[in-house]
Design a protein around this ligand. Sequence first.
Ligand code: AMP
Length: 605
Amino acid sequence: MSESVPIVGIDLGTTYSAAACIQKGRPQIIPAAGGQGIIPSVVHMDRSGRVIVGRDARAALVAMPNRTVAAIKRQMGSDKKVKLGDKEFLPQEISALILKELKDAVDNLLGPGEKEAVITVPAYFNDEQRRATQQAGELAGFVVERIINEPTAAAMAFGLYNMQENRNILVYDLGGGTFDVSVLETLGGILEVKASAGNSLLGGEDFDWLLVNWMAGILKERHGADPLKDLKAKALLKEEAERVKIVLSREEKATASLPVVMFHKNKPLGLEAEISRKEFEEMIEPLLQETLNKVRDALTEAGLEAENIQDVLLVGGSTRIPRVRELLYEIFQKEARKDVHPDEAVALGAAVQAGIKGGNISKDEMIVTDVAPFSMGIAVMDNSFGPNAREGRFSVIIPKNTAIPASRKDTFCTVGDYQTVASIEVYQGEHRWVENNKHLGKFSLEGVPPAPAGEEKIVVEFRYNLNGILEVTAKCLSNNKSMQVVMQDALSRFAREAFQESATSLEALWKNAPGEEEPQAQLDIDSYLDDEDFTVEDKDHQAMEEEARVLLKRAKKLKSAAIGLKRKKLLDIIDLLKGALEGNDSDNLAGAIDEATDLLIDVDV
Ligand code: AMP
């Protein structure tokens, strides 16, 4: 690639994403549409097929949950399609739409044309998840130069200004959907990752769902209604849960307050319930303890004690929860650094990596070495059971926390008399038996000369590259026959033709997205009033009158505590309902109930 191709760093997060690049020698976040640097990782498709990404898509999450996708990162690497409007997409295609939004911002700043990108992933992402991320970048039109680990990126952003001292750093990265911890050492310009651990399915989203279950439990107890069976009610509770969680990071108590969660037996059900920080902390404590176990594992694997760590860096939005700081203080007996921005550090670090590649940062300033976050190996026969040999023992070829890039080989013998095919089953994980590890792929080496069991030798070589992607070669020693496979090669699973087709249709969708002249804020909520989410069943007039009166009562009650714009909205609702109740027109009344319900949902008192 020529040196003149601009290169940027991208944090493709579960909840938020951002792009950054080196400007005037320092990493800077690139402002996206509407001036926001960090955009919500949410994609919405309106009924005309327009794709909307970011803050406005997030606003649509509650009103139109079946036209909006959030937290897609949790599904990366899976083949299961997700529905967006009336179309279906692979997780990497949804991610590609988020990246396209960032690419527009990058083009805006740096001019149109080819761009290279360094994209971050959780250290604990497996091979498939990394490939899906790489593919998302390519589908979005980037040349993906590197995939790097999020905690390493965060440490790079920090290390850029602290490279010459000898320090041990622990990065605790708790985001929306994933948890990662890495232990690193800086010494004389080298940033070395010593160990990584984590859980790619643990994050702030899980805390939200615990609060959703708490709220749903209250509604069930009070009214016998299950809001979790109602898509829209569930989306409302989820949004409220996140709000309550965030309030609890700064206040001792918070109130979950929703004027209308759902309709039950033709009546609107609201929710008003208080929760203390302590109660919330008790709810999430088992998950936080799980993260601490990983912190201890990472320390042990790095061969360090807590007191050897000089800097604790907190990354990811969920580290704003005070209990997280408290628990880490208990372990390290020191406060976490305050000079690391939990939302920006990863993107800024990706920009540092991009800067090294693009020549904006001298390689002498920083050399980074990373590690494999899990062990990789193959399934073999276990002979320790004597004549009852058991299949499926995990034979590790690249052990966890080996510095990468790494290339390791091991020799195995045939197990069957006169077998001519050696089947290579590749796994990653830490368990002695492969059934408990993650299956990465399999292939067969044919043409092994027939011989009694144990006589033919097969050399299996694993090469794990800087992007965390694994290549496996098997070679029969006696005749040099060999076969090489890139595990789950993204472009073989999702063939080149299909890739091109997907890239073209995403581009067409994107062109259909609102442009500069037609700002994104134009989400046409009204056009959804007859959408399936908003359909009000035909009810007889009397039942509707009763419903309208309940809404009126609720609006009046809320009005007494409301101020400003909310109060004005509530007065409008009251007028609207009063007017409809005075007339005798069923259609009018149904429309007013509908509108009042939506307005009440909007009024967050
Ligand atoms: P990230 O993936 O790093 O963007 O982190 C996003 C997660 O951080 C989401 O689950 C947010 O709800 C959560 N989050 C953001 N701010 C706060 C806060 N003040 N308190 C608790 N969680 C937060």
